[in-house]
Design a protein. Structure first.
Length: 360
């Protein structure tokens, strides 16, 4: 069996080394005689797994001691409700809408208080990041919310917004662990793991301790209260044990590869190969303004829907899968997360050159 080059936006490619290790331990995890899938979340074996997973993430991101790391179910989308439920003390929050997921979070927050859209790039199909140096931050805002990397539209905040002292909350689902980050600049930094870290079904939320309180909106479900999860070490109920285990393997792989500085170096190098080709191509063109381009998600088009469809079909036949763009924008998108090798991007560009010559 030969593996394809998988450019899916998520669930996405995982390091082959990790997949092999997980396969080897599938029936018998380190002499326990059982799979992690079968293991009690209250067992000493699993406690060791979750503790190591958290510590490795803390090491990778240099997470300060006054932040809790929570492994939660419900994906990033459930946090769209959990965040206002836990943080909206004044019932006011400011949202910067730079894509579909920020928009959904903004719409969800409106159920719990006054959500203000203080900046947006919807006027140009989310193809850029608005200037966030001097925003009309609400004086009573409980927090300012961003989605830092936009999976669908391929944009990335290169500079965090000036929140004028307000707590910053960021969804980093599609750029999680792709580069070094200063966690202390955020009140909450969270992301679904299925794009750059592990299998689908979990979100990791890193939350400053002063934001974890009993003072939540009336009616907040027990399970969505940050304090419930923090007090129980993410083990209030049965967590996504297998996902935590695989994420732990990926964290060890990242450390072995040289950490987030090395990942950033590799990701810049990979993205440059693809963007350089798009910038000189006569057939394909990128859809994002150069200064806001994501290193993780690269959308591009030919300008002709039939040609796009032909490209996606022929690419799949050649072993380059999941290149179809999101249904809301069409075209193509190559997601080149940490686990996508440089050879995969080089091979894709070689195929695109060949396709361009044949369809000039």
């Amino acid at each position: 069996m030969s593996r394809v080059y998988n450019f899916s936006a998520g669930p996405a490619v995982l390091p082959e080394e990790v997949l092999k290790e997980v396969a080897e331990e599938m029936m018998d995890y380190q002499g326990s005689g059982m799979s992690v899938m079968e293991m009690s979340h209250r067992s000493a074996d699993f406690q060791k797994i979750i503790d190591e997973t958290e510590q490795d993430l803390r090491d990778l991101m240099k997470i300060p001691d006054n932040y809790k790391v929570l492994f939660l179910q419900g994906g990033a989308s459930q946090q769209f409700a959990a965040i206002p439920m836990n943080l909206m003390k004044n019932k006011v929050a400011d949202y910067i809408v730079t894509g579909q997921w920020a928009k959904k979070a903004y719409q969800e927050a409106q159920k719990y208080g006054k959500a203000n859209k203080i900046a947006s790039s919807e006027d140009k199909t989310f193809s850029y990041i608005p200037d966030c140096s001097d925003l009309p931050i609400s004086p009573d805002a409980d927090y300012v919310y961003i989605c830092e990397n936009n999976t669908i539209y391929g944009t990335k905040f290169k500079k965090l917004p000036n929140t004028k002292g307000k707590t910053l909350v960021a969804d980093v689902s599609s750029c999680f662990l792709s580069e070094p980050v200063d966690v202390s600049k955020y009140g909450i930094i969270y992301g679904g793991v299925q794009k750059n870290i592990g299998p689908a079904g979990m979100v990791i939320s890193i939350i400053r301790e002063d934001l974890i309180t009993d003072d939540v909106l009336e009616g907040t479900p027990t399970m969505l209260k940050f304090k419930t999860q923090a007090d129980s070490g993410s083990l209030y109920n049965t967590p996504n044990c297998y996902c935590i285990y695989v994420c732990g393997k990926v964290f060890k792989w990242l450390k072995k590869m040289g950490g987030l500085e090395e990942m950033q170096r590799r990701n810049i190098e990979k993205a440059k190969i693809l963007y350089d080709f798009l910038d000189q191509s006569k057939l394909f063109k990128g859809t994002v303004v150069p200064e806001d381009r994501s290193l993780m998600n690269v959308p591009f088009v030919t300008g002709d829907k039939d040609m796009d469809a032909k490209f996606v079909k022929e690419a799949k036949e050649a072993g380059f899968v999941n290149l179809k763009g999101h249904r809301t924008v069409g075209g193509m998108r190559a997601s080149i997360y940490n686990a996508m090798p440089k050879e995969g991007v080089e091979a894709l560009v070689a195929f695109m050159k060949k396709f361009e010559e044949e369809n000039a």
